[in-house]
Design a protein around this ligand. Structure first.
Ligand code: ZN
Length: 339
């Protein structure tokens, strides 16, 4: 009951990478970098175990960016051909690489690191991958000429990667689709089809993480324009409830998402975001339990998985650790007091 998990990234320690940045550069290289990433992963696995988190992650400490680190392993992309692109419907501009040929995955991308992570713990382990629609909103296209077509090509590649991660012992494969909150019409027209393609044939638990983004300036400003009630989920949850996905996340901590939107997900497990990913406040276990209690108005307790709202890469290590501990303690408190 109330099996807690982490939605996305955890901060990389400051000896490994520039801290509190979305794409902070590595401070080590070669074998030292690899060793450092493994040490950072080991430490987060220990922190999560000590905090009582039920389904652990590698904290994405092997990656510089949740989309681009995957794309670096894919052929058909010219990493040097940079295109300035308005990301998430022009919320912010980024210089991104360009797809110039048909996409191919010459070898697995995350599997070797994942095998190491798997060797560290007997607990259930989740691995995250960028979702096809979000990838297409984070890279320029000079080949396919159609977002749905390019997304389907990525979905096929992601599916092969996901199957190898499953074979290497992943209990949960999660696709990150923050773009689902922005292009709701596309989600219904082709986004869910590409997501279904990405999880096709997987026997493990299949999750999708949708969110209002990292706690960075651009997102904070965007959220201020969304009004008092964030109802984007209303437009996509009904279709997601019919998808092949088992678990869906939503942001509940310090957000304006009306929790009643969870009613659309009657057939799914729900990752209830119970700690926010901004650094200004560390939730108490009581606050985490209160969010879980609020979610129970709309969802059976059995389907609730307390979670972080989003990735925590851009905040300090110490604050993120305190939030992970509050999440574990809050889920425990909920088990003792709410059921
Ligand atoms: Zn997120």
């Amino acid at each position: 009951m109330f099996e807690s998990t982490i939605a996305g990234s955890l901060p990389r320690p400051d000896w490994l990478a520039e801290p509190e940045k979305l794409k902070g550069g590595w401070k080590l290289e070669g074998e030292e970098l690899k060793e450092g990433q493994r040490r950072a992963c080991r430490e987060w696995i220990e922190h999560q175990e000590q905090a009582g988190i039920a389904v652990l992650t590698d904290g994405e400490v092997y990656r510089r960016h949740f989309v681009h680190s995957f794309l670096e392993g894919i052929e058909g992309i010219d990493q040097d051909k940079k295109t300035v692109m308005g990301i998430r419907d022009n919320r912010y501009d980024l210089e991104v690489p360009t797809v110039t040929e048909a996409l191919r995955r010459p070898a697995s991308v995350f599997v070797e690191d994942f095998k190491y992570t798997r060797s560290l713990t007997d607990k259930p382990l989740k691995i995250t991958l960028p979702g096809p629609m979000t990838i297409c909103d984070t890279i320029a296209d000079a080949h396919y000429g159609s977002r749905p077509e390019m997304a389907m090509a990525f979905a096929e590649i992601l599916n092969t990667e996901a199957k190898e991660l499953e074979a290497a012992g992943a209990d949960v494969v999660q696709f990150d689709e923050p773009a689902f909150n922005v292009f709701m019409k596309d989600v219904n027209e082709w986004g869910i089809d590409t997501l279904n393609r990405a999880v096709e044939g997987l026997q493990c638990t299949k999750a999708v993480h949708i969110c209002y983004g990292y706690g960075i300036e651009e997102n904070i400003r965007w959220k201020e324009t969304l009004g008092d009630e964030w109802r984007q989920y209303d437009e996509i949850f009904p279709a997601l409830n019919k998808s092949a996905i088992d678990q869906v996340s939503l942001e509940c901590a310090s957000s304006h998402v009306p929790l009643s939107v969870m009613r659309h997900l009657s057939d799914k497990q729900i990752m209830v975001g119970s700690v926010a990913v901004t650094a200004d406040h560390v939730e108490t276990p009581e606050e985490v339990a209160a969010t879980i209690k609020e979610a129970m108005k709309y969802v059976d307790a059995e389907r609730i998985l307390p979670c972080t709202n989003c990735g925590m890469t851009p905040i300090s290590y110490e604050i993120a650790l305190a939030k992970v501990q509050a999440l574990g303690a809050g889920a425990e408190l909920a088990r003792k007091t709410l059921v």
